[in-house]
Design a protein around this ligand. Sequence first.
Ligand SMILES: [Zn+2]
Length: 179
Amino acid sequence: MSEKSEQDVGKSKDWLSRARFSRKHLRISRQRDEHAKRLARNLVRSNDLVAYENLQVRNLLKNHCLAKSIADASWYLFRQWIEYFAGKFGKLAVAVAPHYTSQMCSACGAIVKKSLLTRTHVCTCGCELHRDTNAAINILNLAKARDGQSQSNANGLATSTLLGESLVEQVARMKLESP
Ligand SMILES: [Zn+2]
């Protein structure tokens, strides 16, 4: 076997493993898409209003600490499906500005500074909530305030960013806790 043909074999093996990898990758992304689609459809069907932060996913992905969680949650995909089904079922999907949604107390409006590592919101007013629950209530309130009248009878549900948790857990918990 000449040197050249060994190189060719090496190249084709490399190509083969890459093809296998991309097939596997494609299967996983299809499964994720199906999952996001199913979850979004159920969510929109059973709620008149779905509120979420208007996050710039591209910017967040630049932060390596956050990138994995966001990519795992297929956040962007999920949002696309939410908006699609909202249109289809005549429901409201409202994106609100993400400013202060984590820091603001959902009970009294005070700013309670916390880092991403602080998982609990504890305010001097006595309000004590999981940070994501606090953020989700703020997001829902902002969405309701934004749409005012049309939201008065809406049975809302908010999803906050909830970094580091799976999408299913986030949605399930908010469904239980939302009024
Ligand atoms: Zn408070």
